[in-house]
Write a protein that binds this ligand. Sequence first.
Ligand code: IPD
Ligand code: CA
Ligand code: CA
Ligand code: CA
Length: 267
Amino acid sequence: MTGYADDLALAHRLADAADAISMARFGALDLRVESKPDLTPVSDADTAVEREIRALLAEQRPDDGLLGEEYGATAATGARQWVVDPIDGTKNFVRGVPIWATLIALLEQGRPVAGVVSAPALGRRWWAARGTGAYAGPDATRGEAIRVSGVRELADASLCYSSLGGWEEAGLLEPVLQLMRDTWRSRAYGDFYGYMLLAEGALDVMIEPELSLWDVAALVPIVTEAGGTCTDLAGRPAPAGAETSAVASNSLLHSDILDRLARPAAR
Ligand code: IPD
Ligand code: CA
Ligand code: CA
Ligand code: CA
């Protein structure tokens, strides 16, 4: 048992409550979808899941801080903060694609120490806390240890990304396209799913030019405990702030990827 066993158990209970709400709304004919100021969609499921998690955390961990995508941060707190993305993959959710998840992270002094990722429409959950190893299964009671791949060569590697637009804005579209040519294959699965496939050893590298803290905080402990490495493009531990670039890999390929994306002019 680690020092985070109670926190992980609580995160699983939060995920159970989230799953009940989100699955009742997934595919519902009366799902309400609005557009946020940044023109991305938000549904009544996103807001209902976050409200439920906030209520449960206020009851169970009144002294901890909380940041959620839809309702923001609670007032200043001590060293511990929960970070929640109520539905990651809202565009999939509103179109009936089952690749979406509730992401729940616990941070200490700004570093993620525990994470639960629950994807009920896929029938799958992933979790880890510092020092426990990473697990996946249909629910918290049926987890099996997971591990990143042993792929060492880019030519044998599967690369995952979310979309190409952000790389264009970052001025790195050409090196990313070259990476795609040089890897065995590349796929866009969306963020949480790419990270979880990486943690399971089903793909080897995940790259993102810009993510918010709630997109990545729960994913980092799972990938790290599965033997992977998560940094930003400069090689600093991810998440490197409220907005962060993100490179995750099976560790073996990490420096190759950072080199490729750090020196575009040299290519
Ligand atoms: C989005 C997803 C998507 C990524 C976007 C995120 P949301 O989160 O993670 O894969 O490309 O940058 O905003 O809005 O569905 O929680
Ligand atoms: Ca969103
Ligand atoms: Ca998200
Ligand atoms: Ca979200």
